[in-house]
Write a protein that binds this ligand. Structure first.
Ligand code: HSE
Length: 399
């Protein structure tokens, strides 16, 4: 099949949109061009005025445009654009993890029905080609787990806290200034961004679409000096880790939690805005993918790769769902957690299956033990408001 020429309508010209435009300019061999850019407000003045439009339909109704690249921030607007583009029979490249995670079933079905391609490599781990590899290389049932640092901003913050002894708020401000952080930083630091990415990776790892609301995500916004010192004294780092893991009997478990990471782990050395993904399987043991997970050019390069792949008529086949399906999300598995608290009343919220360690200090106390994921999911929105910090110890799940 010959390479198809892509006439691209681009939605969004922020950090990622401009990054994509730059990397496209650096790829003259690519037989594709951006012919229109739809923005809410014009900020960039370096391109001619007639490149820009403000009404999505100017692109969506244009029959000469056969490919939509959507790199906007707003998930609702992205949903409208992607849905309409697919309905119009256009190929779509999207980087919007929230929109995708919340509408995967619908979007995947629509792309199939309309016989077009929906690609989204840039939605998870920026420049790291994790989705394509899960889909194409790990296209068998040997996969055991995918574990990673999927959020550059929170990793940047944790690196600055641990390595440079910076305060949480200064480090967050830096991540925002550097353009890694989402417009609502709670997305990053409370683990939502990692959660959406994990939902997407779970589909390509095990063929299961899980609703984000059904998965525990807890982030780093409640971390204190006490927690940092606890980790330092033990020689650990704290990383915000997302994991999907195959359990017995075709069950899987997934969650996003801060985790104590020992020096012998690959992700221990993943610093700043970098992401790192460990893929574990039968026969090959562990493999590690590392790279920039945020920023205009790294994310733009992932979008570019999808555009190139589209030129070659590439589509996700969702091989796991088609050939190795039948995995079920099992929320009753228990995870070992460190729970730091000051007011003992807070413990009423937690049902420990077993406790291995307890500490009582003048201001802070902690308890380490196993708690079932479903019990935490039931109170996941409340967890952020409690005066606590939770971190996984990294012990195997109990189920
Ligand atoms: N806010 C995201 C991050 C951007 O920090 O990783 C890339 O998805």
């Amino acid at each position: 099949m010959s390479r198809q020429k892509l006439n691209i309508g681009l939605f969004g010209f922020g950090v990622v949109g401009q990054g994509l435009y730059d990397v496209l300019e650096k790829s003259p061999a690519l037989d594709s061009r951006v012919s229109k850019i739809c923005v809410k407000r014009r900020i960039n003045r370096s391109l001619p005025d007639d490149m820009f439009c403000y009404d999505p339909d100017e692109i969506l109704e244009d029959e000469s445009i056969n490919t939509i690249v959507e790199v906007i921030d707003n998930a609702e607007d992205a949903c409208f654009i992607v849905k309409k583009a697919l309905q119009k029979g256009k190929n779509v490249v999207s980087a919007n993890k929230k929109m995708l995670a919340e509408h995967l079933s619908e979007m995947v079905a629509l792309a199939k029905e309309k016989n077009v391609s929906l690609l989204y490599e840039a939605s998870a781990c920026g420049s790291i080609p994790v989705i394509r590899n899960l889909e194409e290389y790990y296209d068998n049932d040997l996969l055991l787990s995918v574990t990673g640092i999927l959020n550059g901003s929170s990793n940047y913050i944790l690196s600055k806290i641990f390595d440079n002894h910076e305060s949480y708020s200064v480090a967050l401000k830096e991540a925002q200034e550097l353009g890694f952080a989402e417009s609502n930083p709670s997305f990053d630091v409370d683990g939502f961004d990692s959660l959406y990415k994990l939902i997407i990776l779970t589909l390509h790892s095990f063929g299961v679409i899980v609703s984000p609301g059904e998965v525990l995500n807890y982030g780093i916004s409640n971390i204190t000096e006490f927690d940092i010192n606890y980790a330092r004294e033990k020689g650990y780092k704290i990383k915000l880790v997302a994991q999907v893991e195959r359990l017995r009997d075709k069950k899987i478990a997934l969650f996003v939690l801060p985790r104590f990471v020992t020096r012998d782990k690959y992700i221990y050395s993943v610093e700043d805005e970098f992401n790192g993904v460990v893929i574990k399987g039968v026969a090959y043991d562990k493999q590690f993918m590392f790279g920039k997970g945020a920023g205009g050019h790294p994310t733009g390069s992932a979008v570019l790769s999808d555009i190139t792949a589209l030129g070659h008529h590439y589509r996700y086949e969702y091989k796991k769902a088609s050939y190795f399906g039948g995995f079920k999300y099992f929320k009753e598995a228990a995870i070992e957690l460190y729970l730091r608290y000051s007011n003992p009343q807070v413990l009423r919220n937690f049902e420990f299956k077993s406790v291995s360690e307890e500490y009582h200090g003048p201001k802070y106390h902690y308890k380490i033990g196993f708690i079932r994921l479903d019990k935490l999911i039931a109170i996941k929105d409340k967890l952020r408001d409690l005066d606590i910090f939770l971190a996984a110890t990294g012990k195997a799940l109990n189920y």
